[in-house]
Design a protein around this ligand. Structure first.
Ligand code: HEM
Length: 438
């Protein structure tokens, strides 16, 4: 497609990029070339091509794209946005904090956070009050990240940090949605608000780091690991700041959004919800879930996996080609932009039968082998696979099962909820729901 052919679609591209990309894939197939003057963009929608970019030839592809450059205004050179050797060094350093054994205490953290939320819900349920589940999920996911990774209750101990991150993210969304924006150096009200947010963010992080007491080995959080690395000269203060902010940005809205869509899908599929409740009651018999229960909560995991297929929070993954490459016979010039959309890939008719249908059974062991690994990439793939993927899966299983022991959630708004492609794929207008005590 040439630039002028895209012109009539600009409003749609702006407000409904995933829908536009899906339509492109349905019309033109697995390869779409956007030829927009200096920008040669290739939208690839086949697992083999995606595997080549994310895994086999990943060294040829960088994160030097508008998507990641804009995010880097907030996260700096943290894991999500860094590239090359510095990224590899930091990934090796941080990886141990996400090892399975280190996630053990995650269940205590999550149970504490969910139970505090349920106290709130009990009061609201009595008054038959409608709850914005989207807001609730954001709040608890943020609490979980703070407590599990930094040992901090962020909304209580660092409210200015949370506010600053959210304000800064608004600016990222604004830039993503507007092709032409004034350069950051211009003192427009929006630019000034963003810079103020960054300043407050840095101050809040600095305050945390200055007062932080490193815990003993064995009880360390990611924050302790980062501070130790700084003391050992492996990381600078700026690096520590960037990784801390990265974990907040990457680790809370993603999980929260995925959970919100899971509640939405369950409310629309009572038969799935019943099967899920049966599993939870059978495995747990009313006691709170712990790490050891997770392997038995298989249907819970499948439900979440299927929600991630239909509503992948990270709906867009972009890369820039360093050098020329040939992918499935197509020539990719050096400098080309590669667009991958988990949202579209997860609806590929060759791999997902009746793709729009919510069917958690797709992920039972037998059927899960039917699709290629790179046809399902809610967490990306290859060396840059999401570092928090186990963390997210454990957290989600625990939250879903704990909440469902007490409540079913019913849709309270009128009409379908639209997905809005912001930094993650968010429900437009939140997710108003009614709490139905079990
Ligand atoms: C990377 C999705 C939860 C931290 C990624 C990527 C995806 C993703 C798709 C790869 C992006 C790319 O290749 O361009 C998700 C989803 C989540 C989730 C859907 C929840 C359902 C988390 C959590 C954390 C986290 C809980 C941290 C606590 C990161 C980091 C990276 C990353 C640091 C960059 C890794 C690297 O490049 O080395 N995530 N994520 N994510 N995610 Fe997640």
């Amino acid at each position: 497609l040439k630039g002028y052919q895209l012109f009539p679609h600009l409003p749609r591209i702006r407000t409904d990029t995933p829908g536009f990309l899906l339509e492109c894939a349905q019309r033109y197939g697995d390869w779409v070339h956007f030829d927009v003057g200096v920008t040669q963009a290739f939208f690839i929608n086949h697992p083999d091509a995606v595997r080549q970019v994310l895994q086999e030839n990943n060294r040829n592809y960088t994160k030097d794209t508008i998507q990641y450059r804009t995010l880097a205004l907030i996260t700096g050179q943290g894991l999500l946005t860094a590239d090359g050797e510095p990224w590899l060094q930091h990934r090796r350093l941080i990886q141990p904090a996400f090892a399975r054994s280190r996630l053990v205490s995650l269940d205590d953290v999550v149970m504490g956070v969910v139970d505090r939320m349920l106290v709130r819900w009990d009061a609201w349920a009595k008054q038959n009050q409608i709850v914005d589940v989207d807001h609730e999920m954001l709040e608890i996911a943020l609490e979980v990240v703070g407590l599990a990774l930094f040992g901090l209750d962020l909304s209580r101990e660092a409210p200015q940090l949370v506010r600053a991150v959210l304000t800064a993210l608004d600016y990222v969304i604004y830039r993503a949605q507007n092709l032409v924006v004034p350069p950051l150096s211009w003192p427009t009200p929006r630019n000034r608000a963003f810079k103020r947010a960054l300043f407050e963010l840095d101050q809040a992080v600095e305050a945390i780091l200055t007062s932080h007491q490193v815990r003993d080995e064995g009880e360390e959080t990611l924050l302790d690991l980062l501070v130790r690395a700084e003391q050992a000269g492996q990381l600078t203060r700026q690096h520590v700041r960037d990784e801390l902010v990265t974990m907040i940005v990457a680790g809370h809205e993603t999980v929260a959004t995925a959970l919100t869509w899971t509640w939405y899908l369950l409310a629309h599929h009572p038969e799935v919800e019943s099967a899920l409740i049966t599993e939870i009651d059978t495995v747990l018999g009313g006691r709170p879930p712990g790490r050891e229960d997770l392997p038995k909560l298989t249907f819970t995991a499948q439900v979440f996996a299927e929600a991630l297929r239909l509503y992948p929070p990270a709906w867009l993954i972009t890369r820039r080609a360093r050098g020329a490459d040939t992918i499935s016979g197509y020539e990719i010039p050096a400098g080309a932009l590669i667009i991958i959309s988990p949202y579209v890939l997860h609806r590929h008719p060759a791999f997902w039968e009746d793709a729009e249908a919510f069917r958690p059974e797709r992920f039972d062991e037998r059927q899960a082998r039917a699709y290629p690994r790179f046809a399902y990439i809610p967490f990306g793939g290859g060396p840059r696979l999401c570092i928090g993927n186990q963390f997210a899966l454990v957290e989600a299983q625990l939250i879903l099962s704990r909440v469902l022991q007490r409540y079913r959630l019913a849709i309270a708004g009128a009409g379908p909820v639209r997905a809005e492609p912001l930094v993650t794929l968010r429900p437009r207008g939140g997710m108003p729901m009614r709490l139905i005590p079990r």
